[in-house]
Design a protein around this ligand. Structure first.
Ligand code: PLP
Length: 379
């Protein structure tokens, strides 16, 4: 049965060229990067080469990129490390961050957590951020995501970095949804930490990275070995790391062409939905948010109750919010944080450059079979 995958904000398929790099490394590059013999040295050199390529693509120094197991680990490493090693006493974040940030800061004992107000589209209210930073001289870390994974709201890293610098605050951004999709030049931005995850940009699962600005040294998050330049004990996931670097190169090279294609698909779906269905609400602001994502709140009705499941049965994979709430529809802290109507049914469509216009047509056809169609539109 034909299946349509419109859940690329949850994870992406792996680019075949990435699989090839990983397959070759699995066959030939099996040495332990910590061994001093030839096999070990070859493996070590491959990892350092990957680090250099990732650093170059992001405008960082080679010593500022550390490979991790995923975006969640990277976020944990920064937030916990900043409190433990840099004397951070206060964290400013938002209510619509990924749980990898929210649940981590909630666990930090003795740290004050402040939540910045949000604009209607989900972006951080920068006037409020500035007010929170003014009149408080405690050492502060601001953690605000670049793009929200459920509604696509984008934050302006440059503007936030400038505000943080003005008030002497550290700045971390969870850039898991934007790495590869938007150019990020760390040599220009005033951001001290970012987090990335390969499986969001057509790389493998189980590997991510963290950027730690060279002026703000954190101690290891995982002890037990000198790997990752003394920052993360444990034998490296060499295949994953090589796959991540290749994936980042490919998405960076093809960024503009892919962006045009994905934006067209997203806009086509939006116009088709508006043509066929009544009373739709788009969460966030599709014109200003991440181009790969369209979050649609359908009006409450018994037919929208099981929409996610019925779409799955019809061969369409989408999400109700983030990946963790798809299937088990637990309600979304992001929609709640944006004061969305809890009775409406949110479906997140998220695209890749592998998707096609024909797939959008198929999805709209399935939706037309499942939902009441606008009056006057032929059924
Ligand atoms: N941060 C954001 C914004 C995400 O969308 C995700 C994944 O859904 C994560 C962090 C977690 O990344 P990972 O799956 O690599 O742990």
């Amino acid at each position: 049965m034909k299946r349509i995958y419109f859940d690329n904000a949850a994870t992406t398929p792996i680019d075949p060229a990435v699989i090839e790099v990983m397959r070759e490394a699995m066959q030939k590059n099996y040495g332990n990067p910590s061994s001093i013999h030839a096999e070990g040295r070859i493996a070590r050199a491959a990892i350092e080469d990957a680090r250099k390529r990732v650093a170059r693509l992001l405008g960082a120094s080679i010593g500022e990129i550390f490979f991790t197991s995923c975006g969640t680990e990277s976020n944990n490493m920064v937030l916990k490390g900043a409190v433990r090693d840099l004397g951070v006493e206060r964290i400013i974040t938002s209510r619509i961050e990924h749980h990898a940030v929210l649940h981590t800061v909630e666990k930090l004992a003795g740290v004050t957590i402040d939540y910045v107000e949000l604009e209607p589209d989900g972006g951080a209210n920068l006037t409020h951020l500035e007010a929170l930073l003014r009149n408080d001289d405690r050492k502060t870390l601001v953690s605000l995501m670049h793009a929200n994974n459920e509604v696509g709201a984008l934050n302006d890293l440059e503007a936030i970095g400038n505000i943080c610098e003005e008030h002497g605050a550290l700045f971390h951004s969870d850039t898991v949804q934007t790495i590869g999709y938007y150019p990020i030049d760390l040599s220009k931005l005033k951001v001290h930490f970012i987090s990335g995850s390969a499986h969001k940009f057509y790389g493998p699962k189980g590997v991510g990275f963290v950027y730690i600005n060279g002026d703000h040294i954190l101690h290891p998050f995982i002890d037990g070995g000198a790997q990752e330049r003394n920052m993360r004990g444990g034998t490296e996931n060499i295949y994953g790391i090589l796959g991540l670097a290749k994936a980042l190169e490919l998405v960076s090279e093809n960024r503009e062409a892919n962006r045009t294609k994905i934006t067209e698909l997203r806009d086509y779906l939006r116009s088709q939905l508006l043509e066929n269905f009544e009373d739709l609400v788009f969460n966030g602001d599709p014109d200003r948010g991440h181009y790969k994502l369209l979050s649609v709140a359908f009006p409450p009705s018994p037919r929208t109750e099981m929409l996610l499941l019925n779409l799955d049965i019809a061969g369409v994979s989408v999400s109700g919010g983030s990946a963790c709430s798809s299937g088990a529809d637990a309600g979304s802290h992001v929609i709640e944080g944006l004061n969305g109507d809890p009775d409406r049914k949110t479906i997140r469509f998220s695209f890749s450059h592998y998707n096609t216009r024909e797939e959008v047509d198929f999805v709209v056809e399935q939706l037309r079979a499942l939902l009441p169609v606008k009056e006057g539109v032929e059924n």
